[in-house]
Write a protein that binds this ligand. Structure first.
Ligand SMILES: Cc1cc2nc3c(=O)[nH]c(=O)nc-3n(C[C@H](O)[C@H](O)[C@H](O)COP(=O)(O)OP(=O)(O)OC[C@H]3O[C@@H](n4cnc5c(N)ncnc54)[C@H](O)[C@@H]3O)c2cc1C
Length: 416
């Protein structure tokens, strides 16, 4: 029997980010006792939400949340909280090729939906999930707990995984779920093999205010050096509600270092030009942050009482805003398989249960990763004939409604 006093549980979820915290909420629907550990303390109730409301600052990290993820947040009872803080629905998306005339326009109207998705600041998502976790009786947050080492213990009643923290704490469970992000310590400690390579691009992120309204449209311009995305935000100043955007500008590492060092005025001018001044001049921009981009995929998601989810299993180029959406689909599939297995009297660490999860998610994640890699390579091409074909292809796809609708439904997570 699990015992909170000896720090033994049915399941330990390592990482209380968007994926780990969502999974804890999903598993709380079972009778399992779950420990949720993180190296950082969980957000105290309303702490981040109040902070976000009280000042005009936006979190530089935002996520394009698909319809499927939105439905999951609704199921968990956290979506209303996020909406009450700050969520910006986008109803259209315009994607175009910097080198030519290729352009595709997506619109929610075309598929009879109210919106294509929503842009939400990561801190708002996490605050809503942590607030929910504080209300759950069978989820025990144990923080700060920074994973240092891992042991497998064989006992009469089965195998147990023991995690040791850098401050001497320890925690045990037959199943440990690694949701500890792209540089997962658990993945490394358990020697999961990964295929990974550098995209040779860095993503620069910040928040900007534009002269013209974004009209709830997400914009993406593909350049040879990487895509530039403008994601609409919902500001709180009366006459400026539709003038803030979060930007993700993927570019070569040298270029990122140079752009990071520009003054605000120089940066605003360069960014405005990079977007072809579609929203007029950039009037203001916040502090800039840069993230190196790597593609990573674990060859297996399951090994000796440890299972990988979210960025711990796969990291993907942010160009289509799919990373956390894939992670949330992992969480949903794993929770379903665990509940089904436990309902049938199996142990949570039963490999047949865990491998069902791997089968459901691995192919799906891989195909999205290859698609992103294909896009990245296609738009990096300097060959004139390929550029010409690319532009023709984009314009043709724009006119083919069934193909376009299928692309939209896939990105929204409505067709998995
Ligand atoms: C520039 C950029 C833009 C992006 N935009 C989008 C987007 O628009 N839409 C989208 O879907 N995705 C997007 N992504 C991807 C998305 O941010 C990630 O997929 C998502 O954050 C992964 O969530 P996670 O919970 O798996 O991992 P993380 O968010 O990394 O959370 C991991 C958690 O584990 C904890 N942790 C880590 N190590 C330890 C340890 N040793 N011990 C204990 N705890 C530990 C951390 O504190 C953290 O809380 C973007 C990514 C980038 C880089």
């Amino acid at each position: 029997m699990p015992d909170a006093h000896t720090n033994e549980f049915d399941i330990v979820i390592a990482g209380a980010g968007m994926v780990g915290a969502s999974l804890a909420c999903l598993l709380a629907e079972s009778s399992l006792r779950i420990a949720l550990i993180d190296r950082n303390p969980l957000v105290r109730e309303n702490e981040a939400i109040d902070q976000q409301r009280s000042n005009e600052k936006f979190d530089p990290r935002v996520s394009a949340i698909s319809k499927a993820s939105q439905q999951l947040f609704q199921q968990l009872g956290v979506w209303e909280d996020m909406k009450a803080t700050r969520v910006c629905n986008y109803t259209a998306m315009e994607v175009w090729d910097a080198e030519g005339t290729g352009c595709i326009n997506f619109s929610a109207d075309e598929i009879n939906q109210a919106e294509l998705g929503s842009i939400v600041e990561n801190s708002i998502i996490i605050a809503a999930l942590h607030k929910r976790i504080a209300q759950l009786e069978n989820v025990f947050p144990i923080t700060p707990f920074s994973i240092e080492s891992l042991e497998h213990i064989e006992r009469e009643d089965g195998s147990i995984v023991k995690l040791n923290a850098d401050d001497g704490q320890a925690i045990r469970a037959p199943l440990v779920i690694a949701a500890d992000g792209a540089n997962s310590k658990l993945r490394q400690l358990a020697n999961f093999e990964c295929r990974e390579w550098d995209y040779e691009q860095h993503a620069l992120v910040t928040t900007v205010r534009t002269q013209q309204s974004h009209n709830n449209t997400a914009l993406q311009r593909f350049m040879e050096t990487g895509p530039l995305a403008f994601l609409p935000l919902h500001g709180t100043v009366e006459d400026e509600t539709e003038h803030f955007c979060s930007i993700v500008w993927s570019m070569l590492p040298d270029q990122a270092a140079r752009v990071l060092s520009l003054s605000e005025a120089e940066f605003n001018t360069e960014l405005g030009a990079a977007l072809e001044f579609k929203l007029g001049p950039i009037e203001w921009s916040d502090k800039r942050f840069v993230f190196p981009l790597r593609q990573r995929h674990a060859l297996d998601y399951v090994k000796e009482g440890i299972v990988l989810v979210g960025d711990a299993a796969h990291t993907i180029h942010p160009l289509a805003g799919q990373g956390v959406n894939l992670g949330l689909l992992d969480a949903k599939a794993l929770a379903e398989e665990l509940q089904r297995g436990v309902g049938a009297g199996r142990s949570v660490a039963d490999p047949t249960v865990l491998l069902r999860y791997q089968r459901r998610r691995k192919g799906n994640n891989l195909s999205m990763m290859w698609l992103m890699e294909g896009f990245k390579r296609l738009f990096a091409q300097q060959d004139l004939s390929i550029r010409w074909l690319r532009n023709i292809g984009m314009n043709a796809a724009d006119k083919m409604k069934p193909i376009k609708n299928q692309m939209m439904r896939k990105a929204m997570g409505l067709d998995s």
